[in-house]
Design a protein around this ligand. Structure first.
Ligand SMILES: [Zn+2]
Length: 265
């Protein structure tokens, strides 16, 4: 399931291929991908416009569709994509290469295409007035890679909350973008048990979680995870790659959770 680093990769892909391209046509192959918007409205709000900017917040991708790059008087519309479990983007030049599970396709003036595909339909496509308004209306928390998300802010968020640390890391209204895999990895790298309650975390431990979060997300973006990470060992009874303890499986916050019984306290 795409989490923040994967969606950041999609945002960069979108920017690399689809920016500054005029949308000649929009095809909606399966209306079930559209969230709260009619097919005709979705097409009308994007057709003829040019993608001029890409933004990501947590697991949400937004692409600004400007009426004309020079015409700032017309209001921008923002394409909003969420990748659910199986969402993906593909840019291609030959229509024969259209992905099998394409849900929305943009035809550009240069003859190339951008497809948003989604096999299982847990993703969504929409058009919103502004990403900021969407983030506020949804009550999404800060993005952990945002520069304004400092340790001080993280500690303030923790101080106001109760419950298990893993639940907090996964709550999108507290921190936007982390899912099951990254929450487990952050706690593994900072040696904190996933069920540890927030009120029992020492300052040094909060700092360790924050630092691990930043480090793991950044290295995940480089697709260069350290060999001593939990990612490659998500199996009950496996040897811990850090301390030779035994990896255990449990359920926290309704999600399968892996941790080391020895070094995570
Ligand atoms: Zn261990």
């Amino acid at each position: 399931m795409p989490e923040l680093p994967e969606v950041e990769t999609y945002a960069r892909y979108f920017a690399q291929y689809a920016l500054d391209q005029r949308i000649a046509r929009v095809h909606v192959r399966d209306e079930r991908i559209l969230a709260d918007i009619r097919k005709e409205t979705f097409v009308r709000k994007l057709k003829g416009r040019t993608f001029t900017e890409v933004r990501r917040h947590g697991k949400h991708l937004f692409a600004c569709a400007t009426a004309r790059p020079s015409d700032r008087a017309t209001e921008d519309h923002w394409l909003h994509l969420h990748f659910g479990m199986t969402g993906d983007l593909k840019y291609y030049r030959d229509s024969a290469d259209e992905p099998r599970f394409s849900k929305v396709i943009f035809d550009f003036d240069n003859g190339a295409y951008l497809a948003f595909e989604d096999v299982r339909l847990f993703g969504l496509a929409n058009v919103v007035d502004s990403p900021d308004a969407f983030i506020a209306a949804r009550g999404l928390g800060p993005d952990p890679l945002d520069r304004s998300f400092t340790y001080k802010r993280f500690a303030e968020i923790l101080d106001k909350r109760r419950g298990a640390i893993k639940s907090l890391l996964m709550s999108q209204e507290i921190i936007a973008g982390l899912g099951n895999l990254y929450a487990d990895e952050i706690l593994f790298q900072s040696s904190i048990h996933p069920r540890r309650t927030i009120d029992r975390l020492r300052d040094a431990e909060k700092r360790a979680i924050f630092d691990a979060m930043r480090r793991i997300l950044r290295t995940a973006l480089l697709r260069d995870l350290p060999p001593r990470s939990l990612f490659h060992h998500r199996e009950e009874g496996e040897r811990c790659p850090k301390c030779e303890g035994t990896l255990r499986r449990t359920v926290v916050f309704g999600r399968t959770t892996y941790y080391c019984a020895k070094h995570q306290r």
